[in-house]
Design a protein around this ligand. Structure first.
Ligand SMILES: [Zn+2]
Length: 308
């Protein structure tokens, strides 16, 4: 765990307020790498001269980083592109979620060490392989200057469904998954066909951060936080509630739901809700905020860490 990186991506997250895209209440997605930090090489929607708009997050991780399936699914492609500008080991995995069918895209793995092949089923959290140094991932040859990273994207719709070929220059069946689109609205706005991975899976928070957000009725918002070993207590406060939301906190990287939580103040209406979690050192928590039915609710989420 590289603590020096954390405050940076905390800042990024605060700027990147989620839209209506969030993980469905029935799903608990895993991040594809354990430290899904700052995607500052390319993020979803970034434009790159000669390529188009990036359809994924590039998560800066060194080669050899374990990559996991974010949900149960079926492998639609398990490849190893070793050409000079190739993407290395790669997967397309189709998942049936409460937000509909999606395809997740993983590129720049060590393709000689893939754990799964076409048609095989994967379970959430399964190890897919490790990031590699082939082709466009790394510092050698034509890829000189690139930062080692995992390219990770989430496309709406089943694998092989029709797509606007004018937006994707490649012509193969894999064209919409190749990494870039020439159409900006494919990656931004309500009509986009790509999810923002960070919003879809969960929002990462960091200590001392404050976030303003909105729930629609019956929606869940999820936020994930890792408490460093030097802090013993995590205090989560939801206040400035316009409407009615309920706070849930659950330990050990598990997503809370109506029946599974370690703290749920469950106060009525716009009352402030607080969870104070002791013995929090080195633990991962997922914070769930549920919008009570029949109204949209604004709220403020505050995260504080203390040493005792
Ligand atoms: Zn990329």
């Amino acid at each position: 765990m590289n603590l020096l990186k954390k405050p940076l991506w905390g800042t990024v997250v605060l700027l990147a307020l989620s839209s209506s895209i969030f993980a469905g209440a029935g799903d608990a997605f895993y991040f594809p790498v354990q430290d899904y930090g700052n995607a500052d090489y390319f993020q979803l929607g970034d434009s790159r001269t000669g390529y188009g708009y990036h359809t994924a997050d590039d998560i800066n991780v060194p080669s050899g980083t374990a990559v996991y399936a974010i949900a149960d699914g079926v492998v639609k492609k398990s490849g190893n592109d070793l050409s000079s500008n190739g993407i290395g080991g790669n997967y397309l995995i189709e998942h049936n979620t409460s937000d509909g069918i999606i395809v997740t895209v993983y590129q720049h793995l060590d393709g000689s060490n893939r754990e799964f092949y076409l048609g095989e089923t994967v379970s959430r959290g399964d190890l897919l392989g490790y990031t590699g140094t082939t082709g466009t991932n790394g510092t050698a040859g034509s890829a000189s200057g690139t930062i080692q990273h995992l390219h990770f994207g989430i496309k709406k719709g089943p694998y092989g469904s029709s797509y606007d070929s004018s937006c994707y220059t490649a012509t193969s069946a894999y064209a919409p998954y190749s990494g870039y689109t020439s159409c900006e609205d494919e990656v931004s706005g309500n009509s986009s066909t790509w999810y923002d991975p960070r919003d879809f899976i969960a929002t990462e928070l960091w200590n001392y951060s404050t976030k303003y957000d909105t729930n629609e009725n019956n929606e869940w918002r999820f936020y994930k936080i890792h408490v460093p070993g030097s802090y013993a207590r995590l205090k989560v406060t939801v206040d400035q509630i316009m409407g009615d939301v309920d706070l849930y906190v659950r330990e050990n990287n598990n997503f809370p739901d109506y029946n599974n939580f370690d703290c749920r103040p469950y106060r009525a209406g716009s009352s402030t809700e607080v969870c104070s979690m002791g013995n929090a050192n080195n633990k991962d928590f997922v914070i769930g905020i549920h919008g009570y039915a029949y109204q949209d609710s604004d709220f403020r989420l505050k995260i504080r860490l203390s040493r005792w």
